[in-house]
Design a protein around this ligand. Structure first.
Ligand code: AP5
Ligand code: MG
Ligand code: ZN
Length: 216
């Protein structure tokens, strides 16, 4: 199964992606996570990406597209994958279509987690993430079992730099201008399903499973 997850920053893409990836046994590929890993390791890609991410801007298309193409050619993607945070521009979506076409493949669906703006700020400012394993929490909606510690690996959880108020507003603007057009892009290809992302985390996951069905 090949799935694209769409939705504004803070919609719950990463949260749902973890469960979808477990349930359907497909790798979770988050461009944001790949960039953050490269930033923490100070690689050339990380140094380049950091210039944009900390201001809430998108990393340039050519850098992002090449990075994703490399990732999708790895062995674990043979039976499908879940893309979280890619594509994010029409140009990226077209590049993905071409990549798939060249390999005689196609996307199964794109799932948009729909969350109105008024929910986003509370979700983002309350988010905490694990710098070691990438797990994501929320101080109110999804707290870790032991305060400030990751349930999965026990590391101290932290706030993401780009979750500061001003940067979140910028990311929302960027989403509206550059990513929202993908909803029409996939809808016109009959590849769009929308789920109500304002519900509780487990309810959103149930809606997603109803759409994806029981195939693996
Ligand atoms: P990325 O890491 O992808 O950030 P994003 O899209 O802004 O999305 P977030 O990760 O902030 O939110 P999410 O939807 O995953 O929500 P989460 O599950 O964490 O990208 C970061 C940056 O990298 C971009 O700004 C850009 O610079 C760059 N980048 C990445 N991809 C790129 C691309 N393709 N091209 C160019 N640049 C790119 O949930 C949020 C919070 O809400 C959590 O605390 C969670 O616990 C809580 N929560 C989740 N669901 C619920 C619920 N149902 N009810 C209550 N709380 C909930
Ligand atoms: Mg995320
Ligand atoms: Zn962890």
């Amino acid at each position: 199964m090949k799935i694209v997850l769409l939705g504004p920053p803070g919609a719950g893409k990463g949260t749902q992606a973890k469960s979808i990836s477990n349930r359907y046994s497909i790798p979770h590929i988050s461009t944001g996570d790949i960039f953050r890993k490269n930033i923490s390791e100070n690689t050339p890609l990380g140094i380049e990406a950091k210039k944009y991410i900390n201001d809430g801007q998108l990393v340039p298309d050519d850098v992002t597209i090449n990075m994703v193409k490399d990732r999708l050619q790895q062995e674990d993607c043979k039976n499908g994958y879940l893309l979280d945070g890619f594509p994010r521009t029409v140009h990226q979506a077209e590049a993905l279509q071409l990549f798939l076409q060249d390999r005689g493949e196609s996307l199964d669906t794109s799932l948009c987690i729909d969350v109105p703006k008024e929910f986003i700020l509370e979700r983002m400012t309350g988010r905490r993430v694990c710098p070691s394993c990438g797990a994501s929490y929320h101080v109110k909606f999804n707290p870790p079992i032991v305060a400030s510690k990751c349930d999965v690996c026990g590391s101290d959880i932290i706030q993401r730099k780009d979750d500061a108020d001003e940067t979140v507003r910028e990311r929302l603007d960027v989403y509206e201008r550059q990513t929202q057009p993908l909803i029409d892009f996939y809808s016109s290809k009959d590849l769009l399903s929308v789920v109500d992302g304002t519900k509780a985390i487990n309810e959103v996951f149930e809606s997603i499973c109803r759409i994806l069905g029981s195939d693996k």
